[in-house]
Design a protein around this ligand. Structure first.
Ligand code: IPM
Ligand code: MG
Length: 356
């Protein structure tokens, strides 16, 4: 089969890790007889430097015309002082919105080979963990009304969280279907003891769950979830939550896998076209040092094959190659233990390629 893939390399380590994922996708294409055509578009700081804006229209058009999109990361100190509308992050939020990607799937699992890098006590992760965070991606406080105004104590700033019934229903459906293919257990994360949006969220999540056979939902307050993730991560299977809670909890989940450099993500809407990106940022201080871990982006490529193109064997081949590389002791800087030989980003890419 032939597929057109838009590449948004972005900033910092973005270009290096996207190159790694492309090399892996090319190898899979060769092995399974597919053709992947890659076209690069600008986003984030790179786009600001070249065009003055973080998300040029050409990028939006290119992504909407592609079969799927692979993204590296955006942002860096160079653009930190720009006004809000011109920040690199605005490019990322803009492309998620323009493509209608309201679902963000963030799997987090403990690789047995990396158990020693997990900062939790061994007895807490004796059973390992394998969870899927389903994060709402185009609503909530990220996209609500915001601004500056004169308040009770003088000048103030505000951001607002709003969720419609429709937005909650559709993300809940994604979580319930995902749970049916897993253990059927959903934990819905909210702050219903304080927030009205959370009370609506709770109402809807239970109503939607009734439509899904074999699925049970438990509510968990977000502050408690933050504790439970480091106390007993094995209890989680599917978590479903809002944009901001999902952003925060997925970073926490990544730390207990050993490194944020391990977590891929899939952003999806109503079509098969998605945007696939590591959950980590552009790590400006590692740019060009070879210290970047390409695994999160390589695994994002695997998620693209699985979710956008329905190429299961091909996605499995990438995931198995990563497993084997880790089991064989291949380590980048972030996942190396004391005394382990350390591979560069390119070295890890070669190690994965050799195992496909
Ligand atoms: C993420 C990132 C982004 C987010 C930033 C860069 C806007 O932290 O993908 O988790 O908050 O969604
Ligand atoms: Mg984040």
């Amino acid at each position: 089969m032939e597929y057109n893939i838009a590449l948004l390399k972005g900033d910092g380590i973005g270009p290096e890790i996207v190159d790694s994922a492309v090399a892996v996708l090319e190898k899979v294409a060769e092995k399974f007889g597919h053709t992947f055509r890659f076209t690069e578009y600008l986003i984030g700081g790179a786009a600001i430097d070249a065009t003055g804006v973080p998300l040029p229209q050409e990028t939006v058009d290119g992504c909407l015309a592609a079969d799927s999109v692979l993204l590296g990361a955006v942002g860096g100190p160079k653009w930190d002082t720009l006004p809000a509308q011109l920040r690199p992050e605005k490019g990322l939020l803009g492309i998620r919105a323009a493509m209608g990607l309201y679902t963000n799937l963030r799997p987090a699992k403990l690789y047995p080979a990396l158990a020693g890098k997990c900062p939790l006590r061994a007895d807490l992760v004796a059973n390992g963990f394998d969870m899927l965070i389903v994060r709402e991606l185009t609503g909530g406080i990220y996209f609500g009304d915001r601004g500056r105004r004169e308040g009770q104590y003088g000048p103030e700033a505000y951001d607002t969280e709003a969720y419609s019934v429709m937005e909650i229903e559709r993300i809940c459906r994604v979580a319930m279907s995902a749970a049916q293919k897993r253990t059927g257990k959903v934990i819905s994360v909210d702050k219903a003891n304080v927030l009205e949006t959370s009370r609506l969220w709770r109402e809807i999540v239970h109503r939607v769950a009734e439509e899904y056979e074999g699925v049970t939902v438990e509510d968990m307050l977000v502050d408690n979830t933050a504790q439970q993730l480091v106390r007993n991560p094995s209890q989680f299977d599917v978590l479903v939550t809002t944009n901001m809670f999902g952003d925060i909890l997925s970073d926490e989940a990544s730390q207990i896998t050993g490194s944020i450099g391990m977590l891929p993500s899939a952003s999806l809407g109503d079509s098969t076209r998605g945007l696939f990106e590591p959950i980590h940022g552009s790590a400006p201080k590692y740019t060009g040092t070879g210290k970047a871990n390409p695994i999160a982006t390589v695994l994002s490529g695997a998620m693209m094959l699985r979710y956008s193109f329905d190429l299961k064997a091909e996605a499995d081949a990438i995931e198995a190659a990563v497993d084997r590389a880790l089991n064989d002791g291949c380590r980048t800087n972030d996942i190396a233990g004391p005394g382990d030989p350390v591979l560069t980003c390119g070295g890890m890419t070669e190690a994965i390629l050799a195992r496909i």
